[in-house]
Design a protein around this ligand. Structure first.
Ligand code: MN
Length: 470
């Protein structure tokens, strides 16, 4: 444990390291004699959690709170004691994480209340949810030894924590969490997937390693100062989800193993794309520019699928080091707390939306029902005629789009032009659609709209208008 500690301490300036050391000593004392289900000393858990947080380059307060995150629950220590010893910020973080513990999942009231609390605490300080995610990650890593209901923990991970990590742009943590939880929730499917894909993954990895020198040679010849070329296998759970959409036909999955090219700047990304296409022709409709059009969780990269050497279909992902860090760590990559708070306003507007519901005095169960639609459903990204991205849940219709843009547009929307074609306002939109709302001055929302509007925002506005007229 002291070995891990010294690695952590090394990352922080002396003054901050002192605080972390103090938190370490405090927690060690509290957890003395306590054991995990594995028989290991309990204290190993908070230390591992702190290590995950330090590996994310989070600040000293977050790492200290990670060390202390279980002390209130496991001892007579009071929040006031923590405040006296460590100041109000660390005490707040520990208190907030403690309140989220003992979550009983299953759509029951306790769980919904906890979820509600977590969102509120997150809005107050994003670091709360980062500690909670690190806590969950380590619990998953050691889930085999856990004596309680493992499936429940794993299912809760797939349904709440992994989507939460995803929505915060933390792709790596999301992928790792899902892969750890997968075999506990769907043991048969997990086995089936391994049987189906293991051989092919090994083969594709071998192929990717083989062509790596050819890729590097091409880049060198064209004066691209690339920083790295890596082969990267797709995470198993997301592979399984994708296979479900493609009738388990492995031949239709092109990114089983992708080649990732890291180049110094945005211009080199596009240059690299052009150079690769010169040597290896791209498959039509498989070029995705997530640089110009970032995903709403902030993900940026260029993707293309080409007929590579020997006609082998291969996906390339081209990005800068900043985009790479951002894809893996998301909001945690912006480690200064001020910057993160700022980002919450700009980039993670869904969180602001959750907070707006809070003002509407929703019950915890309504809050959860809404979150399930607006927050945990798969998302589609559609465009305004000017090219602004609107992020909607799957199944959303033009009315949802209109209300997402502006309430007035929603109230008066009578038809939609989708990709230039007139469409009724109740037809489901697809990813990538360009949507223009046709308004009619005399249009009013009707009760019928509630039959097809999906988002909580549209539904709340429609109900509000109906109340005004009746
Ligand atoms: Mn814990």
């Amino acid at each position: 444990m002291s070995e891990i500690l010294s690695k952590i301490l090394h990352k922080y300036p002396a003054k901050e390291a002192q605080i972390i050391q103090k938190a370490f000593d405090f927690a060690q004392k509290v957890h003395t004699g306590q054991k995990r289900d594995s028989g290991e000393p309990y204290f190993s858990h908070p230390v591992e959690v702190a290590k995950i947080l330090a590996d994310l380059n989070l600040d000293c307060e977050t790492v200290s709170a990670g060390l202390l995150h279980d002390v209130l629950e496991e001892s007579d220590a009071k929040p006031e004691d923590l405040e006296k010893e460590f100041g109000p910020n660390i005490a707040f973080l520990v208190g907030a994480v403690t309140k989220l513990h003992r979550v009983s999942y299953g759509g029951d009231k306790g769980f919904m209340e906890n979820f509600h609390k977590m969102i509120l605490a997150t809005a107050k300080d994003i670091r709360v949810v980062l500690i909670k995610l690190a806590d969950r990650l380590h619990n998953l890593e050691t889930l085999d030894d856990y004596k309680g209901n493992r499936e429940k923990i794993a299912r809760e991970t797939l349904e709440v924590y992994a989507p939460l990590a995803d929505r915060l742009g933390m792709g790596e943590i999301k992928g790792v969490m899902e892969d750890l939880a997968f075999p506990y929730v769907y043991p048969q499917d997990y086995k089936k997937l391994l049987d189906l894909t293991a051989g092919q993954i090994v083969e594709n990895k071998k192929y990717a390693e083989q062509i790596k020198p050819a890729v590097e040679k091409i880049l060198k010849e064209n004066n691209i100062g690339y920083l790295a070329v890596n082969a990267r296998a797709k995470h198993l759970y997301s592979l399984w989800r994708k296979l479900q959409k493609y009738d388990f036909n492995l031949e239709r999955i092109y990114d089983l193993v992708a080649l990732r090219v890291i180049v110094p700047d945005v211009a080199s990304c596009y240059e690299t794309l052009g150079i690769l296409h010169k040597y290896w022709p791209p498959l039509p409709n498989r070029i995705k520019d997530f640089i110009a059009l970032a995903k709403p969780n902030g993900y940026q990269s260029l993707h293309t699928t080409v007929f590579c050497q020997d006609g082998q279909i291969t996906e390339f992902q081209i990005r800068t080091p900043e985009m790479h860090t951002n894809a893996d760590y998301g909001i945690a990559g912006h480690w200064s707390y001020k910057e993160a708070t700022n980002l919450l306003d700009k980039k993670y507007s869904w969180l602001r939306q959750l907070l707006e519901w809070q003002k509407q005095n929703m019950t915890a169960s309504d809050f959860w029902e809404n979150a399930k639609i607006d927050f945990f459903k798969n998302r589609i990204f559609v465009f305004t005629p000017k090219g602004d991205v609107i992020d909607l849940p799957e199944g959303a219709v033009p009315v949802d789009f209109a209300y997402a843009v502006h309430s007035d547009l929603g109230d008066k929307c009578s038809q939609a032009k989708v990709n230039g074609k007139i469409m009724p306002i109740n037809e489901a939109l697809s990813d990538g659609d360009i949507v223009e709302i046709v308004i009619n001055k005399n249009q009013r929302p009707s009760r019928d709209w509630l039959k097809f509007a999906k988002t909580s925002k549209a539904r709340a506005k429609i109900r509000e208008r109906l109340r005004l007229v009746s």
